[in-house]
Design a protein around this ligand. Structure first.
Ligand SMILES: [Ca+2]
Ligand SMILES: [Ca+2]
Ligand SMILES: [Ca+2]
Length: 138
């Protein structure tokens, strides 16, 4: 993807316009385009001068984090003590490079909570009372 496809210049006013889709997230480092500009006069003979314009793309948060899987299964003994870590989230990624935080949502959030990247039990568990929890993480 070269700069001429992404930018266009008005030949009389010199205004530089975005002509394509800019995407900061295709590079992890600083991302910029170098646009070569030429100014030419209408004299005879005509004379011209060149300059380069460096366009630096700033990152915006235009992507949600992504889990590597939409469903995880964790088997836990009912003798697990409250406060025990039963799963660690390491898999979600964010192409913008934003920090990711996790939380439990819904009914199971009374039984399971998240500290940092660790999913942990908040209460003791009883197999005879509840055999399966569906936990929504966001
Ligand atoms: Ca983007
Ligand atoms: Ca993001
Ligand atoms: Ca971005």
């Amino acid at each position: 993807m070269s700069a001429p496809e992404l930018f266009s210049v008005d030949s009389t006013s010199g205004a530089l316009r975005v002509a394509g889709n800019l995407d900061r997230d295709i590079s992890s480092g600083q991302m910029f385009y170098t646009v070569a500009m030429t100014a030419r006069d209408g004299g005879s003979p005509s004379k011209e001068t060149s300059a380069t314009l460096k366009v630096i793309l700033e990152n915006v948060n235009d992507n949600a984090p992504v889990f590597s899987s939409s469903d995880y299964v964790v088997e836990v003994s009912e003798s697990t003590a409250a406060g025990t870590t039963i799963h660690s989230f390491t898999a979600a990624t964010d192409v913008d490079g934003d920090a990711i935080t996790y939380s439990t949502v819904g009914a199971a959030s009374a039984v399971f909570g998240v500290t940092g990247t660790d999913l942990e039990t908040l209460t003791s568990l009883d197999y005879e009372a509840e055999r399966c929890y569906s936990i929504v993480i966001m």
